[in-house]
Design a protein around this ligand. Structure first.
Ligand SMILES: Nc1nc2c(ncn2[C@@H]2O[C@H](COP(=O)(O)OP(=O)(O)OP(=O)(O)O)[C@@H](O)[C@H]2O)c(=O)[nH]1
Ligand SMILES: [Mg+2]
Length: 329
């Protein structure tokens, strides 16, 4: 139990880099505990200092193995690291934990590395939203680098990967679906593409295919590097880290980091507002017989669906605004 006013003390310890305070705050946020949100509110002004690097890609591409290797190199140069593995495809956090435990086990005893895995079931307030708050807590606790790993299934309203300063797409030979998704514009062009499992005979073909897709994509200033790694042997990982540094430097040099973060935060705030509106609307409708009445009239062809929808909004809007404020009862 946290005593009243305990969030201030917990926030203070978290800001001071206390790992147990960080772990506790994350659990509170995962449990959708108001105390957790209070802590996020408290520490938010102290966030924005960590380099947030997102690794996404199909299952089994080697993201966790790469994260473990990157962590090793980043630690070797004295930076503190937090790792957040988010697995939206698994209802259990245990599966994700088990695999990651093996790959990240080298780092368990290092106080400079903080590791957390999350799956859908572990996050009562919605996985992506929770993951975002967790990343903020890690940032506030003074970690230099926050590595976020997530399977690239995407299309959530709030996607954690959209909040990375640098997005790395990790593919392996045979990730044809991902190339199609890039080609079709379904998947946003990342900042860096890695073909992992470079020890595989088809790695070269894969790199060529990616380059030909990128050649068609609209150019921005940054030319997306396509790197080859073999995460299990560590080959190419130093080059990847150097590329991540280069991307960061470029962002900072051009003032692009601020611009990118502004874009992300705008999207996040809007998505959260929409999410909230939707929740409030659904809650209001569940308790409102007016919906059934309207529906009956739509079914009876007295009222068209569009007019009915407008009627619903009119009838619930004042309550929705009310429920959305923090003014209290
Ligand atoms: N041959 C080879 N195997 C690799 C390489 N990198 C990772 N693997 C293996 O591929 C498997 C999956 O690696 P993970 O790091 O768990 O992949 P992941 O992308 O994190 O997987 P999920 O989190 O389940 O989506 C493991 O058995 C790794 O040992 C590599 O460079 N070469
Ligand atoms: Mg993994």
């Amino acid at each position: 139990m946290t005593p009243p006013g305990g969030e201030a003390a917990l926030a203070e310890r978290l800001l001071g880099g206390d790992r147990r305070a960080l772990a506790r705050a994350i659990t509170l946020v995962e449990n959708d505990d108001p105390l957790g949100w209070a802590i996020v509110r408290e520490v938010y002004p102290r966030t924005g200092r960590a380099a947030i690097i997102g690794l996404t890609g199909p299952p089994g591409a080697g993201k966790s193995t790469l994260v473990a290797e990157l962590t090793k190199l980043d630690r070797a140069r004295g930076r503190s690291v937090a790792v957040l593995s988010v697995d939206p495809s698994s209802p259990f956090s245990r599966g994700a934990l088990l695999g990651d435990r093996i790959r990240l086990s080298d780092h368990f005893l290092d106080p400079g590395v903080f590791i957390r895995s999350m799956a859908s079931r572990g996050a009562l307030g919605g996985l992506s939203e929770t993951a975002l708050q967790v990343a903020l807590l890690m940032d506030a606790s003074g970690r230099d680098t926050v590595l976020v790993e997530t399977v690239g299934v995407g299309q959530a309203e709030v996607d954690i990967i959209d909040h990375a300063d640098t997005v790395v797409l990790v593919l392996m030979p045979g990730s044809g679906d991902s190339i199609q998704a890039l080609k079709a514009g379904v998947m946003e062009i990342p900042d860096v593409i890695v073909v992992n499992k470079a020890d595989h005979p088809l790695a070269d073909t894969m790199v060529r295919e990616i380059r030909s897709v990128l050649a068609l994509a609209p150019r921005s200033g940054w030319q997306v590097p396509v790197l080859r790694t073999s995460a299990t042997s560590g080959e190419g990982v130093a080059e990847l880290l150097a590329t991540l540094d280069a991307h960061r430097e470029r962002l900072e040099l051009e003032g692009a980091l601020e611009e990118r973060r502004r874009r992300h935060l705008r999207r996040e705030v809007l998505a959260l507002a929409l999410q909230r509106l939707r929740r409030d609307l659904e809650a209001a409708l569940a308790a409102d017989p007016e919906l059934d009445r309207l529906l009956e009239r739509v079914v009876a062809r007295e009222l068209d669906p569009r007019t009915a929808a407008a009627g619903i909004l009119e009838s619930v809007q004042p309550r929705s605004v009310d429920a959305g404020s923090d003014r209290g009862a």
